[in-house]
Design a protein around this ligand. Structure first.
Ligand code: NZQ
Ligand code: ZN
Length: 384
């Protein structure tokens, strides 16, 4: 195992009815900006629960944060925060609302010029307004991590930043929020969490059996519990297991001490930027290609995944790798997510555009930083 430092300060408040604890976790005297998305919180009762809990605070609201939150929208919230002297941001929503709120928190206190530099140039986030979150969609892990992904419409860019300063002070995870999720978002959540684990697991062995088994247990739980939620949205126990699995998949714990890949995400973000495809769906498209093209480099871990998660023990190495890829694809498709580019109307033209963009950016991705434009083309052409 590699050396590492790990600190996760996010307080998790988990379970049925726990949204009532929002107010008691916000510093007294705070002036709150409640941020939310397109309005799902009004129809499923989450908004009313939150408002009842923070009735003693001065609260302003900022709604309309889009899925794949737009920089242009978030900068409007930054103006509100500055003008109104907001001292606490309360994000109520899925990954997009939480990510967007993290950017607002950092941008509002950014003193070194244009806040876009936080995303475009990895400018250091020295300070941020404190955040709390009420999660309504298990998927991204944003509720317990330092990451945020923002889309700039003007330039068709989807970029990420990470900073410990934007980790929420607390996040409330009430699995009952899942009851109102459409099938599509449940499936997206299962697949996003699944691929988060894969990005931190399917690399090369560094003698870290504890990390491997954490990862495999999350994958197995997603495979077992995810479909139960799809079949019966009111299955509280399955919802609870799905929700906690998604958080554990990307709260930093399973990624410490081991190599990490993230090529699937980096390529996937481009598919969202150019075609607006849901984040998780882009991952379901790209991952099988990464597994195939990097089958030699990832051989040991693909075989381990096949054996421990999919029960594949027979056949030659190549046959076992092929079957592991096939089982993974079948799982994504079984929850209703197509896995090939033509399923989404994406053609070779987009492959050219993405490869050119990475050629200009000049960096390579993957656990060995050896996936550049040439390998990306192979990965994406494998998905035609
Ligand atoms: O906007 P509203 O009306 O709330 O509706 C949302 C949205 O349309 C709806 N929804 C959320 N909770 C609901 C609900 N509908 C009914 N009932 C509920 N309880 O679901 C739709 C999708 O929401 P969104 O927040 O966009 O989904 P998700 O949580 O999957 O977030 C995706 C974003 O997170 C980023 C992605 O790139 C994408 O922009 N990611 C963030 C990461 C991180 N911070 O660590 C890592 C991930 O890899 C990912 O990149
Ligand atoms: Zn993801």
């Amino acid at each position: 195992m590699y050396n590492f430092e790990y600190q996760n300060p996010v307080k998790i408040i988990f379970g049925k009815g726990e949204i009532s604890k929002v107010g008691m976790n916000i510093p007294e005297g705070s002036k709150i900006l409640l941020t939310y998305g397109g309005g799902s919180i009004f129809s499923n009762g989450v908004y009313n629960q939150v408002k009842a809990s923070i009735k003693d605070f001065e609260v302003l609201e900022f709604g309309g944060i889009e899925p794949n939150p737009h920089y242009e929208t978030l900068m409007k919230a930054v103006e509100v925060v500055k003008k109104e002297n907001i001292t606490f941001l309360l994000a109520v929503g899925g990954g997009s609302v939480i990510d967007g709120t993290k950017f607002i928190a950092a941008a509002a206190l950014f003193k070194k010029g244009d806040p876009w530099q936080i995303l475009a140039k990895n400018a250091l986030v020295e300070d941020a307004i404190p955040i709390g979150s009420v999660l309504t969609l298990p998927a991204t892990g944003s509720e317990m991590n330092s990451g945020s992904v923002v889309t700039r419409i003007e330039t068709t860019e989807k970029l990420a930043f990470m900073s410990p300063k934007v980790m929420p002070m607390f996040s409330i995870l009430d699995p009952e929020v899942i009851f109102s999720l459409p099938d599509k978002q449940v499936a997206n959540g299962i697949v996003d969490a699944f691929v988060h684990v894969i990005e931190q697991y399917l690399t090369f062995p560094v003698n870290s059996p504890i990390q491997d088994r954490f990862a495999e247990s999350i994958l197995t739980t997603l495979i077992e519990e995810g479909p139960k939620v799809l079949v019966n949205r009111n299955d509280y126990d399955a919802a609870a297991n799905l929700m906690w699995s998604a958080t554990l998949a990307l709260n930093g714990l399973i990624g410490v001490g081991v190599p990490q890949d993230w090529a699937t995400h980096m390529i996937g973000h481009e598919l969202t930027a150019y075609h607006g495809i849901d984040h998780a769906r882009t991952l379901a498209i790209v991952l099988p290609g990464v597994m195939h093209i990097k089958r030699e480099q990832k051989k040991d871990k693909i075989l381990q995944l096949g054996e421990r998660v999919w029960g594949i023990t027979k056949g030659t190495t190549d046959e076992r790798i092929d079957l592991t890829i096939q089982k993974t694809v079948e799982f994504f498709e079984s929850v209703g997510i197509p896995t090939r580019l033509p399923d989404y109307g994406v053609t070779t033209e987009t492959i050219d555009t993405i490869c050119n963009r990475f050629r200009k950016r000049g960096y390579k991705v993957g656990e060995k930083a050896n996936i550049g434009p040439v390998e990306m083309r192979l990965i994406l052409e494998d998905r035609l």
